[in-house]
Design a protein around this ligand. Structure first.
Ligand code: NAD
Length: 350
């Protein structure tokens, strides 16, 4: 199988790309613009493999997208390229509309053109997997779960742009027959996570003895999924997912933000104790994000039941692996913290 991964230099895309090369016989083309969030260091473990190739280009560039399809001849597209950070979408929504909506349109148009020219057998096996977020469903109260048929109600410019792209992926299937499948996933965490997001930000600020910012009183609840589990879910959907369907992907791990930050502090207290006191003393409550959704939680029983996927890591085991990874991979995050990333806002949750 030949898999084209857009956004493959990002957090989740690089996990999927590493997994493809390390655990399958498939060939891989990573197509990525390398924005601030794209990092070739995250693909270093597979860089020398002959089944892997990389192309630096924008998904909004019609000619570059068409050329990638023509030259690589993919059987599967996994579309992860996106502007992904909610806080940045509040400060500058334009880039989110451009990449997430117009870029997805450009990719779908090129995929359709390519797909229509395939022979019947190859066309029947082709899949366009559109990777999205549970944030398209809006916010939950203290009860209930997002299901695949939950109505869309996005609240941030980020989630609105992702909702728009989901609708395009659906419409290209309904209108033109392009074999699209959509996945909506909860908050990911794990190695190679860009240090503007809550978990890596907290780990690295703690190690640097900086304040650990928590929005409001830290009452917001997220359903956390270890990124390797998400990568496996996407490969499962690419292999066995039903065209025209959407699948919710989640970790069955609902936790309040304040508990996430406290768990990181406790883990670091054990692995890298401070000279004096606990890392918990660095926790600082900051003004809440506008339109901050209270709770996200996923009902992932469809993908579990129909495709046999299930998250392997609990939050405790995944967090332990994550903290250990940041302690062992200083070179990766120090390059980002020192130069490329200066952090416009203090705290954040994707
Ligand atoms: P990320 O920000 O870490 O990576 C995005 C990648 O896309 C980067 O490598 C970037 O260079 C690339 N990119 C951005 N604009 C591009 C463009 N115009 N053309 C080509 N490449 C471009 O994001 P992530 O956290 O890995 O998320 C990947 C996808 O998964 C996104 O679509 C996101 O909406 C979705 N998602 C993320 C989460 C999460 O918790 N991080 C949860 C559910 C769904």
């Amino acid at each position: 199988m030949r898999i084209l991964v857009t956004g493959g230099a990002g957090f989740i895309g690089s996990a999927v790309s590493r997994r493809i090369i390390e655990t399958t016989p498939h060939e891989l083309l990573v197509y990525d613009k390398l924005t601030y969030a794209g990092n070739l260091d995250s693909l270093a473990p597979i860089a020398g493999d002959p089944r892997y190739s990389f192309r630096r280009a924008d998904i909004c560039d019609r000619d570059a997208v068409a050329a990638a399809f023509e030259e690589f001849q993919p059987d599967v597209v996994m579309h992860l390229a996106a502007e992904s950070h909610v806080d940045r979408s509040i400060d500058g929504p334009g880039a989110f509309i451009e990449t997430n909506v117009v870029g997805t349109f450009t990719l779908l148009a090129a995929a359709l053109d390519y797909w229509r020219r395939l022979d019947a057998q190859t066309a029947a096996g082709f899949r366009f997997l559109h990777i999205s977020t549970d944030e398209v469903f809006g916010a939950l109260g203290l009860e209930g779960l997002f299901r695949e048929d939950t109505p869309y109600a996005p609240n941030s410019p980020y989630s609105a742009s992702k909702a728009g792209s989901d609708h395009l992926a659906r419409a290209w299937r309904e209108t033109y027959g392009l074999p699209t499948i959509i996945t909506n996933c909860s908050n990911n965490y794990g190695p190679y996570h860009f240090p503007e997001k809550l978990i890596p930000l907290t780990i690295l600020n703690a190690l640097e003895e900086k304040p650990l910012p928590v929005y409001g009183r830290g009452e917001n609840v997220r359903d956390w999924l270890f990124v390797e589990d998400h990568a496996e879910a996407l490969l499962t959907v690419a292999r066995a997912g039903v065209v025209g369907q959407s699948y919710n992907v989640g970790g069955r791990s609902e936790i309040r933000n304040i508990e996430v930050v406290q768990a990181i502090c406790d883990s670091l207290d054990e692995l890298r104790p401070r000279a004096r006191g606990s890392y918990r003393e660095l926790i600082t409550f900051v003004q809440d994000r506008p339109g901050h959704d209270l709770r996200y939680a996923i009902d992932c029983s469809k993908i579990e039941r129909e495709l046999g996927w299930r998250a392997k890591e609990s939050f405790a085991s995944g967090l332990a692996k994550t903290v250990r990874w940041y302690l062992d991979n200083e070179a990766w995050w120090k390059a980002i913290r020192s130069g490329k990333y200066r952090g416009e806002r203090l705290g954040c949750v994707a």
